[in-house]
Design a protein around this ligand. Structure first.
Ligand SMILES: [Zn+2]
Length: 135
């Protein structure tokens, strides 16, 4: 059973650390790994805008740093704790570091989404020719 309120709280807490001087939208992301570990991250904007890192980017980096594996549940929230859905780029990122079955928080009023609902027919590593590289 996933503690969605707790995960959303972790995302909200991470959002407090965001660097968002341009949009003012402070975002945090928190995820549960396949090992049951909770990781979190925040967005980091850049004056060039195109180099802005969404909170989910940092979350995937934290996953690699923590030993890898897959994310099994993710909550993304603003600094007030309102659940936000990942942008298109981050849905693709989460697909590779979660799975189509990754659960994505949709807020306290509705059940979480499966990533496959948010990114149907996703392109992934299995669509590339084998390169002999361990994921
Ligand atoms: Zn994003």
């Amino acid at each position: 059973m996933i503690d969605w309120a707790g995960l959303r709280w972790s995302a909200r807490d991470a959002a407090q650390h965001a660097y968002a001087p341009y949009s003012g939208l402070r975002v945090g992301a928190a995820g549960i790994t396949s090992r049951g570990e909770v990781l979190s991250s925040c967005n980091v904007e850049n004056a060039s805008f195109g180099l802005t890192l969404c909170a989910e980017c940092g979350l995937v980096s934290a996953l690699a740093l923590s030993g890898g594996g897959k994310l099994s549940a993710v909550s993304v929230a603003d600094s007030d704790g309102k659940a936000l859905l990942p942008c298109g780029r981050c849905r693709q990122l989460l697909h590779e570091h979660g799975s189509a079955e990754l659960l994505v928080d949709a807020g306290s009023e509705v059940p979480p989404h499966r990533l496959a609902e948010l990114l149907p027919l996703a392109f992934g590593p299995e669509d590339l020719p084998a390169k002999g590289v361990e994921p």
